[in-house]
Design a protein. Structure first.
Length: 236
């Protein structure tokens, strides 16, 4: 059954949601025989380190975490990589590739709701990435976890959006392609949209998104105006 819910702002995850982290694999072609596998391992280790550092209370920003995950992945694959190649691999995170429909969909959504980015990315990474993709004008707020030195899915991260956007959590729709982020945001109390481009299974942790779409076009079509969001019941 569909339910009507007031949404006044939308907060978006950055990596894997607005921009394609798979595009980083292009830079990996210079050093890895299987760049897709190398990039996937790098990304998985990158997220693992954010979880571990939050639990251990040993925060370092996402740029540093990404460097550390890269070094591990290079060793894991037994590669010899020059400092110049390391630099180019890291800079791929500063020049991400947006999904093709994102810019037009955000322009439509911006007419209906106030938009924000809420990301693990460091302020430097987010500034560079949004400038490179020309998406900066779409967002009223760009919020980094660096402000509290914790990573998603800590509830304190999602509270940042509530504080910065000056809205109640029930008035915010959170949008992510990452299952752990969807679960974390929904557990916090946000309305949540999962952009599931690949048909991946949801983590079985007892919560489900309010809205499931395959792309930003479907998200924009689901939000008819700035004050009212009608979401179909999740059926996974």
């Amino acid at each position: 059954m569909a339910t009507s819910r007031r949404v006044k702002g939308i907060a978006f995850d950055m990596y894997g949601t607005l921009v394609d982290v798979g595009a980083v694999a292009e830079a990996c072609k210079e050093i890895a025989p299987d760049p897709i596998a190398f990039n996937a391992h790098w990304r998985a280790k990158q997220l693992e380190y954010t979880f571990l550092r939050s639990l251990m209370g040993t925060y370092q920003d996402f740029w540093k975490v990404s460097e550390q995950a890269l070094e591990f992945t290079i060793r894991r694959f037994g590669l010899q990589v020059s400092s110049e190649h390391r630099r180019r691999l890291m800079e791929a995170w500063l020049h991400p590739k947006p999904y093709p429909e994102v810019a037009a969909a955000l322009s439509r959504l911006k007419e209906r709701c106030a938009l924000a980015v809420l990301s693990n990315g460091s302020p430097k990474m987010l500034r560079a990435g949004l400038q490179h993709t020309a998406l900066t004008p779409c967002f009223r707020w760009v919020i980094s976890v660096d402000a509290i030195r914790l990573y998603k899915p800590s509830p304190r991260v999602y509270q940042l959006a509530v504080t910065k956007m000056k809205l109640r959590k029930e008035e915010i729709l959170f949008v992510s392609s990452n299952s752990f982020d969807v679960v974390g945001a929904k557990s916090f109390g946000f309305k949540v949209c999962w952009i599931n481009r690949t048909g991946a299974p949801l983590d079985r942790l007892g919560v489900k998104p309010d809205l499931l779409v395959r792309c930003f076009d479907e998200l924009a079509a689901a939000i008819p105006n700035a004050r009212l969001l009608t979401v179909p019941g999740a059926n996974h």
